[in-house]
Design a protein. Structure first.
Length: 442
């Protein structure tokens, strides 16, 4: 475990800021960015949903802000994290510290793991600590059935019990006792509006790797966004993949050159494919649409004769995958199955709404009040930036279950006026939410 505030060998310190939906992560981030601590900070934002809101909620600052949305940093966009960190190294002289704010649905384990199992990342960055915000008012609604909520607490080096003013002292004492039972080593701070000293969350002395391994024995075993790799000796030209109908309508594949079909070929392919499989499809990957009745047939180009690894999102037997060259069928020289990476509760979804036009404030208030009264238990988080008729300032609102807060923000200025909202929760009806919102437009 790292024991001093300065990372060894000049590595860049990184703090991961996590916590369940609505716990106050962005509020704490803004406090860090506005206080006079002398640090230059680069910020990496991650959001769960198709519309990015959090970056627009971060105050104007000189800090560099990077956004990853429509995915969770612990699974689908993990490759984006690695790529952004690589780009940050090139401008090392512009910042002293990196803050990674995860989506509220992130398991911090795989995020922390990135700083230990990826050789390039480990050489350049040091994980200074994981800071977890806990919503003292609402955490009891999620901790029983959310693995992410439990992991966020278990992996924390610092626990911030936020919104302490919304619960009684006995309730707060009971909550802290429960948190300490889950993570006895973390430092605990009770706060309101995420008002915790910067020195309590930055340069905390290093992530406790020993405790992470105790919490998750397989912590140092990489999780991958694919389930199988097979190594083949291929001839320049084209190979054909044939798939029967399987459990998913899409199978992502990649063909990775590995130099030689030796014992290290699969690991070399895994290291390369981790980056290309994380995030949207790219030139390095191919998404094969699999017909539910007919299956699929796709071609992959082999640029030269040699050893190549075929990397598949799902196990070949799930689709009865066949690989052929013009001369006939092929079998892998060596293959390996990988454990599926972290997945989320599929009942939790997000609905994003983007619309131009001024909103009638009275109709908006009526709609939101009714929505929270009737569906507040299922709306874990909502947030947005709105264009209210007759107001020259952006209106920013945030909500957690039935609690709602909204206030005028900075002037629109030259920024295009529009409305962006995100709802995250269970049993969300996209059509009904969009219809209700549009009825508020003038």
């Amino acid at each position: 475990m790292q024991t001093s505030g300065s990372p060894p060998s000049g590595r860049i310190p990184v703090t991961v800021l996590t916590g369940f939906l609505g716990s106050g992560k962005t509020t704490l981030l803004n406090r860090i960015l506005t206080e006079q601590h002398g640090k230059r900070i680069a910020v990496i934002e991650n959001e769960f949903g198709e519309i990015g809101i959090d970056q627009a909620l971060v105050i104007d600052a000189d800090e560099e802000i990077f956004e990853m949305n429509n995915g969770c940093i612990c699974c689908t966009v993990r490759g984006d994290l690695i790529r952004i960190l690589g780009n940050l190294v090139k401008r090392r002289d512009r910042f002293d510290h990196i803050l990674v704010e995860t989506t509220g649905l992130a398991d911090p384990g795989p995020v922390a793991q990135t700083f230990f199992v990826d050789d390039e990342v480990r050489a350049q960055f040091a994980l200074d600590g994981i800071v977890t915000l806990v919503d003292a008012k609402h955490v009891a609604l999620h901790i029983g059935d959310s693995d992410e909520c439990k992991q966020q607490i278990a992996f924390a080096d610092v626990l911030v019990l936020n919104k302490s003013d919304l619960v009684t002292q006995p309730e707060l004492d009971a909550l802290e006792t429960r948190m300490r039972a889950m993570n006895a080593m973390a430092r605990v701070h009770r706060t309101t509006n995420a008002a915790v000293p910067v020195e309590a969350v930055l340069d905390v002395g290093g992530f406790d790797l020993d405790r992470a391994v105790q919490t998750r024995p397989a912590f140092l075993e990489p999780e991958y966004p694919f389930e199988w790799i097979g190594v083949y000796e291929l001839h320049e030209g084209v190979i054909t993949l044939e798939l029967d109908p399987g459990p998913d309508p899409v199978m992502r594949v990649a063909l990775v050159p590995v130099g030689a079909s030796d014992d290290g070929a699969i690991q070399r392919a895994a290291d390369v494919a981790l980056r290309s499989f994380s995030g949207p499809a790219s030139a390095a990957t191919k998404d094969i649409a699999v017909n539910a009745r007919k299956g699929a047939r796709a071609e992959l180009r082999v640029p030269r004769t040699g050893a190549f690894a075929l990397v598949t999102q799902h196990l070949p037997e799930e689709f009865r995958l066949r690989v052929r060259e013009p001369a006939g069928p092929l079998s892998p020289l060596v293959s390996r199955a990988f454990a599926a990476s972290h997945t989320h509760d599929e009942s939790v979804t997000s609905v994003g709404i983007h619309a131009k036009g001024a909103l009638d404030e009275k109709r908006l208030n009526t709609w939101l009040s009714t929505l929270l009264r009737e569906q507040g238990a299922d709306i874990f988080r909502m947030k947005g930036i709105l264009d209210i008729a007759g107001q020259e300032q952006r209106f920013v609102f945030q909500g957690v279950h039935m609690l709602f807060d909204g206030r005028p923000d900075r002037p629109w200025g030259n920024e295009p006026r529009a409305n962006d909202l995100v709802f995250i929760g269970r049993r969300l009806d996209r059509a009904a939410l969009e219809e209700g919102f549009r009825k508020c437009l003038r």
